[in-house]
Design a protein around this ligand. Structure first.
Ligand SMILES: Nc1ncnc2c1ncn2[C@@H]1O[C@H](COP(=O)(O)OP(=O)(O)O)[C@@H](O)[C@H]1O
Ligand SMILES: [Mg+2]
Length: 448
């Protein structure tokens, strides 16, 4: 059974399993009690129902007074049904004869009652001094059957035999019917184990040792695998960060190229159109109209170029800093979506390291994109606060909210990206969202 072992209470025997069935040979009453009292005491102390079936040589009162020497509150245990003392004829005999079937059934019933009454199991001692020759064979058959029957019961059975009542062959018979035999004569305890049980125990011990060895090996392997996995995760995070950096650099470069090169070219074209306008427009109405349209198209083109480069990398972020870039972006956002905003910041001169600025701005951008795509919000509140060695940003909408717990990582790359960016800078990122209060994205980044 997988239950943990029980204390036998018998020195030299140690802990035993439920289903144990062993026997004791004694010479004097004192020998008998020296073993049985601590055996019962251990049962009482460990929430086991204890049953002591005594034989003629001892009375119930005598039994109680011996117990009392080591268990002062024994009367209370008896009153409360924690322990019961029965005479052998009350338990073993049916109309003066031993009936093994009835006795086995009675064990089962007693155990069931004990379990129902909240005990962990049951511990029994039966004194077999009453046995007469006519019952002997039946009783030995019963003892042997008992081993198999109780092997998966929460019961511990100790059978007590008086040495004077049994001859040498009988001793062997009795010992063989039990897992182990104990004799205590004149204070000396000898434990004899049946060879099969001894072998079984040795095998069990070996198996346990092998199991422990395997567990240790497996644990070692697992922790190695775990360390490798952690390293891989860290490497991946570094790689992802590196790729983000490259992406930012590239965007910055392309944004500059588009803005500066194309922007300059278009401005030059605008001047040329203005020159042509001055020279030719007065002479021909059609040319005048064409040049006017061309000029307007050039304005559109310049606006588009500005927008594309600003989306790629708001030059404002580099030129006039995070707050102004955010304000500009919010304004554009309002024009495009009709969603109103409030923007609060506590410091007007945010000098931030470039990675911090970029991460905050990209999270801010993704938050606004999500608000436009998913929230149905009417209003957003953005808050930027700088402390001495950290900066925090919250973007809060009053939309329909969602349950961040059920996000599927393969489908929520936007949020995953935000988390990754923050983790890379050793910051903290939280989403709180509910249908009633909308969504709030908070980012906190340390400034080293
Ligand atoms: N402000 C918001 N209001 C309501 N739902 C949101 C909001 N932000 C994110 N979500 C929910 O979280 C999901 C994941 O967002 P995200 O990772 O950015 O992926 P995507 O925007 O591509 O769907 C969205 O599909 C949406 O259901
Ligand atoms: Mg998104």
């Amino acid at each position: 059974m997988s239950e943990k072992l029980r204390q036998s209470g018998i020195e030299g025997l140690g802990d035993i399993a439920w289903g144990s069935h062993f026997c004791q040979f004694y010479e004097t009453k004192q020998d008998m009690h020296e073993l049985l009292v601590p055996f019962m005491k251990a049962g009482l102390e460990n929430n086991e129902f204890c049953l002591w079936v005594i034989a003629e040589s001892i009375t119930k009162d005598e039994c109680i007074s011996v117990l009392q020497q080591q268990i002062p509150n024994i009367e209370l245990h008896l009153q409360r049904g924690h322990m019961e003392i029965l005479k052998h004829d009350e338990w073993y005999l049916d109309k003066g004869r031993f009936n093994s079937a009835k006795v086995i059934k009675a064990w089962g019933t007693k155990l069931e009652q004990a379990l129902t009454n909240g005990f962990d199991g049951m511990r029994v001692n039966g004194n077999e001094a009453w046995l007469e020759l006519k019952d002997w064979k039946d009783f030995m058959d019963y003892e042997k059957r008992l081993n198999a029957i109780i092997s998966d019961w929460k019961i511990i059975v100790l059978c007590t035999y008086k040495l004077a009542n049994v001859d040498a062959t009988v001793i062997l018979d009795v010992a063989h019917a039990h897992e182990c035999a104990i004799t205590n004569r004149k204070g000396q305890l000898i434990i004899l184990e049946v060879p099969e049980i001894k072998q079984l125990k040795a095998r069990l011990k070996k198996m346990n040792e092998e199991l422990a060895q395997k567990v240790a090996e497996r644990t070692g392997e697992l922790s190695e695998a775990n360390a490798e996995l952690t390293k891989m995760t860290n490497d991946l995070r570094k790689l992802s960060n590196h790729l983000q950096d490259i992406r930012e650099q590239e965007r910055k470069h392309i944004a500059r190229e588009i803005h500066d090169e194309l922007g300059q070219l278009l401005m030059a074209m605008k001047f040329d159109v203005a020159w042509l306008h001055k020279k030719l427009a007065a002479t021909d109405e059609a040319i005048f109209e064409k040049l006017k349209a061309l000029d307007e198209q050039l304005d559109d083109l310049i606006r588009s170029i500005r927008k594309i480069s600003a989306d790629l990398r708001p030059s404002l972020l580099d030129d006039i800093g995070l707050e102004a870039a955010m304000e500009w972006h919010l304004n554009e956002f309002k024009k495009r979506t009709g969603i109103d905003y409030s923007f609060e910041e506590t410091n007007h001169d945010l000098k931030l390291p470039d990675p911090v600025k970029t991460v905050l701005f990209r999270i801010f951008q993704e938050s606004l994109t999500n608000i436009a795509r998913h929230s149905n919000a009417k209003h957003i509140q953005v808050h930027l606060a700088r402390a001495k060695d950290a900066i925090s940003m919250t973007v809060k909408d009053n939309g329909k909210g969602f349950n961040p717990q059920v996000l599927n990582t393969s489908n929520s790359l936007g949020i995953l990206g935000m988390k990754e960016r923050v983790a890379e800078l050793n910051g903290r990122f939280t989403i709180s969202s509910s249908p009633k209060s909308g969504t709030c994205i908070s980012t906190w980044l340390p400034l080293k």
